[in-house]
Ligand binder design. Structure first.
Ligand code: ADP
Ligand code: MG
Ligand code: ZN
Length: 628
């Protein structure tokens, strides 16, 4: 796609405008004024002037810097002689002598003083500059024919489809449900009359919701590419202006433009920038007139156009649907919501295939394996991963990207860049090693723990000093209660190991505790998994924030003091029992804990077969070991 601004606000044109204005005024002053005020004196060549002087014809001369006016001898007694002028040679030093020897009466002009011309310039130029600057700022809003009104010009970009750069549905993978929905929209745009003839109302607004980087913007472009219609793209934040009312004017202008180009698509990215709930959500009580007016204008425009005559479909994208004003989601506005979620295993594989085409791959690449290891990655992360792998291959002077490059790239993306420079001292290293092995041993035994594929004590990124990499064997959407308990125990495994070995705990477990507590709280308040509190939801509202993994605090329902106390007690109980379980497992497998930790301290990382055979030796403390 090629982008062109609409209308093109060319800065050079504005400057040209200003220059034209200024030089026009100069021309006027230079051309008209001398004609009006200057006396008309016939010009003669300088050589003729010299001849006349030498012939004694010149009576008197008035020498100025750039002209000499002179009067000839009177032809008749009572009439004055003719007055002529000439342009002097710049450096004729002979001139005074020559004039004197020929008896010419002569005088020089006084040094130039500020005359009417310069004082006029003094009066004219400053206002001119002022006017020019004023015009410049007005035109900055977008140029165009109505310069003074241009502050209301929308800044929308129109994407003109050309075949080479066109985005199609083939460029988007892993979001099949969303694609099906949007294919229908393409159908509406292509054959709108088939639907309107039968009396069906074509949807006006489609809202794409999903976490960042899952391809919402890409999908919107693909819709335009598939339908072959103009695509007006603007970001919600571009409506928000310093001046109250400017955003609303922009919305009006955008729809005006779009209607002339129908059928077409208006795409408003990051809709939440203008579409935030007006109910004082987040402390914005009053004082946000501008955003509110913009939103109101958007609502009005969406109600305003009848689907029949102008097929304008408004696509919008947001990753915070829960903050949107309910009025936006009403039928007739953004009544269709399309969920664009993170891709699952097969989706990730397809996305990897798209981007792997763009780099040179070694023969033995197993993209499936990479897809398995990248659970939770969004499309943008995967695109970045392929690029990161290619960069690694190039840095190591390889011609092709190998599987190992991909694995290292995954680790980079997951845990931040390897930071070999941060060296742990021996004591810290030991603590981190026991901590990570603690996670791994508990995780290997309890249900719901993912397969532990790597333990490392090489510090990475800002937060992690060491890490235990767990890869899920499959994508899971439902977890049962036992699995959640298992996850909590695994999270506490690190701290428990520290307790057992050192009888002491460090600050390293902060994040583990946070996550374990959150999980326990959600089990009680959202999932209804507490025997004491029963299957009630103690949290308010649906929690569909796509930012973060849904762990953000949700306001609790109004609960009585007793219930609140019971919730707290229950959460504590769940975390405590997870802790106890972790302690039991580690105490029971203490030799193995020491053993693996020693290996980690030697090797810094253990993975693959070696790790599996070690972890297979973990024994369940609840069961009497049998001889198998
Ligand atoms: P969003 O708007 O949802 O935050 P984008 O559409 O801007 O995400 O995605 C950023 C980039 O990531 C895209 O340009 C594309 O290269 C890649 N990408 C994201 N999702 C996908 C996908 N489902 N299929 C292919 N590429 C994707
Ligand atoms: Mg986007
Ligand atoms: Zn930990």
């Amino acid at each position: 796609m090629s982008v062109r601004d609409n209308p093109p606000p060319s800065r050079s044109r504005q400057i040209a405008n200003i220059l034209l204005l200024v030089s026009g005024v100069f021309l006027l002053i230079n051309l008209i004024f001398p004609q009006l005020f200057g006396p008309k004196i016939p010009q003669v060549p300088y050589s003729m002037f010299i001849d006349l002087v030498q012939d004694g014809e010149v009576a008197r001369a008035y020498v100025e810097q750039d002209q000499i006016r002179f009067q000839l001898q009177p032809e008749e007694e009572d009439k004055p002689g003719k007055v002529l002028s000439t342009t002097p040679l710049a450096l004729d030093l002979e001139l005074p002598n020559r004039l004197e020897s020929n008896g010419v009466e002569f005088a020089a002009a006084p040094p130039p003083r500020s005359n009417w011309f310069t004082s006029l310039l003094g009066w004219v130029i400053p206002p001119l500059i002022f006017v020019a600057v004023w015009r410049f700022f007005l035109m900055r809003g977008g140029g165009g024919p109505q310069g003074a009104l241009s502050i209301s010009k929308s800044k929308a970009k129109v994407y003109v489809q050309d075949d080479e750069t066109k985005v199609t549905f083939d460029d988007v993978a892993g979001v099949d449900e969303a694609k099906v929905e949007l294919e229908e929209i393409v159908e509406f745009l292509k054959n709108s009359d088939r639907y309107t003839r039968i009396g069906a109302r074509i949807p006006k607004g489609v809202l794409l919701v999903g976490p960042p980087g899952t391809g919402k913007t890409l999908l919107a472009k693909a819709v335009a590419g598939e339908a072959g219609v103009p695509f007006f793209s603007i970001s919600g934040s571009e409506f928000v202006e310093l001046f109250v009312g400017a955003g609303a004017a922009r919305v009006r202008d955008l729809f005006e433009q779009a209607k002339t180009k129908s059928p077409c698509i208006i795409f408003i990215d990051e809709l939440d920038a203008i579409g935030k709930s007006r109910s004082g959500n987040g402390g914005f009580v009053g004082g946000n007139d501008e955003r509110e007016q913009t939103l109101n204008q958007l609502l009005t425009e969406m109600d305003g156009f009848a689907a029949g005559e102008n097929t304008v479909i408004v696509l919008a994208a947001t990753n915070r649907p829960e903050t949107l004003d309910p009025a936006l989601l009403r039928p007739g506005r953004f009544d269709r919501q399309v969920l664009v979620d993170r891709p699952d295993l097969s989706g990730r594989l397809k996305i990897l295939e798209i981007y792997a085409q763009k780099v040179k791959l070694a023969d033995a690449i197993d993209l499936k394996e990479i897809a398995v290891r990248t659970s939770g990655f969004a499309g943008a992360d995967l695109a970045n991963l392929v690029n990161e792998a290619a960069l690694l291959a190039a840095r190591n002077n390889r011609e092709k990207v190998t599987q190992a490059d991909f694995f290292e790239a995954i680790e980079r993306v997951v845990a931040g860049l390897e930071k070999k420079s941060r060296v742990l001292n021996d004591k810290e290293k030991k603590i981190v090693a026991y901590h990570e092995v603690g996670h791994a041993l508990v995780g290997a035994l309890v249900p719901g723990g993912n397969k532990v594929s790597k333990i490392s004590i090489i510090p990475r990124g800002m937060a992690a000093l060491g890490y235990t990499l767990q890869t899920p064997t499959e994508d899971r959407y439902l977890l049962d209660e036992a699995e959640l308990h298992g996850q909590i125990a695994t999270l506490l495994g690190g701290r428990s190991a520290e307790e057992i070995i050192f009888g002491n705990v460090t600050t390293g477990a902060t994040n583990d505790l946070q996550r374990a507590t959150d999980l326990a709280e959600r089990m009680v308040t959202s999932y209804g998994m507490s025997k004491v509190l029963g299957p009630l939801a103690y949290q308010k509202g649906q929690q569909n924030s796509f930012l973060g993994d849904g762990m953000g605090g949700n306001p609790r329902r109004m609960v009585s003091d007793e219930t609140a106390k019971a919730i707290d007690a229950e959460v504590k109980e769940i975390v405590e029992s997870g802790h106890q379980r972790a302690l039991d497992i580690l105490n029971h497998n203490r030799d193995l804990l020491e053993d693996i930790t020693q290996k980690i301290l030697d090797l810094e990382t253990i993975e693959g077969e070696t790790l599996q055979s070690l972890l297979n030796q973990v024994q369940n403390p609840d069961k009497v070991p049998t001889s198998t």
